[in-house]
Ligand binder design. Sequence first.
Ligand SMILES: CC(C)(COP(=O)(O)OP(=O)(O)OC[C@H]1O[C@@H](n2cnc3c(N)ncnc32)[C@H](O)[C@@H]1OP(=O)(O)O)[C@@H](O)C(=O)NCCC(=O)NCCS
Length: 311
Amino acid sequence: MSEPVIGQADLGAVHRLLHEVFPESDKFATDAFLRWFYAENPDGSAAWRDALVGTESRAHYGAIPQWYHSRAGRMLLYLSVNSATHASLRRKGMFTRLGEAVYADIRSGEPAAAGVVGVPNWDAHEPRVKRLGWQIMGPLPVLVSLGAVFGRTSARHAEAGEALSGSSPLIDDGMLLPSQGWRQRWTLAKLAWRVRNPLQRYWVHRLDDVAALVTTTKVGGIPVALVAKTFRTPCGDTKSLSSLVSDIRRVHRTPVVAYVGFHRGLRLPGFDLPLRLRPSPLYLGWRLFDTEGPRPELSIDCFEALDFDVF
Ligand SMILES: CC(C)(COP(=O)(O)OP(=O)(O)OC[C@H]1O[C@@H](n2cnc3c(N)ncnc32)[C@H](O)[C@@H]1OP(=O)(O)O)[C@@H](O)C(=O)NCCC(=O)NCCS
């Protein structure tokens, strides 16, 4: 095989490589998911680099722009996604070279990226720390809540497309305001893009001061409702999602509700799934690029499934 060169493959070649490396995922069977995820994001289009042999990709590293905000201001981070090296090229430094090429690109972009954030699995977390200067915060919590599928609450729900548009959306502007810590800056328009994911359906559930964006999946053949994003009104103490989760269970007719991540100021029911029971634990990490001015502290206070590329 001729020596690969670093360049940018077209999305057809990227989906073929990713489908080969992740055959169990239906995201890469065609290029539809990538076209939506890389090209239609309201925060900007993705940056990516490939190890090219001819026009085929043998290794890939992608990053999608995400504005973060806090009461201290805004910063542009890129979510690191879809890192994959073909089995025949592993441990030859490809991941490292592609990551460095993507970082050089986004650091010199307009606006320039302040850093990268992501959720590598065990295989990818070592190279990121060792070669790409990341710090790892730790494994992302996975909460599982079990309960009965009947019972009634006064919660409202609607399919997400409908719930986010129209004259009275189920998520208020106040729920999208910045808070003390850093978190991804969601807008109704950006949520509307995110729920157009060609492979998932989403619903919004709302009860009093809290709301949740929910999708469904199967784990080992068992239907699971996944709370992909949570919202709360800005004022007051910690709020509980227990009643809303009961409603989610009833509407989606499943005793199992799962949640990945954390949201300070919200209490979710359930137990944290032990690491040994998770097929591939995900580790939240980031790297802030060096700047001339003072570097902001990256204390993230909300990071959930919708903030990364799972669902
Ligand atoms: C993770 C992956 C992208 C790494 O790609 P790669 O091109 O082989 O990585 P590099 O050659 O640049 O590795 C750089 C360093 O990372 C470390 N490293 C790489 N793979 C590792 C692994 N599986 N376990 C532990 N350390 C690893 C090594 O220290 C390596 O340096 P060394 O060879 O000098 O010891 C590749 O193994 C892969 O595609 N895995 C399957 C898909 C996957 O899990 N992707 C991540 C999704 S989050």
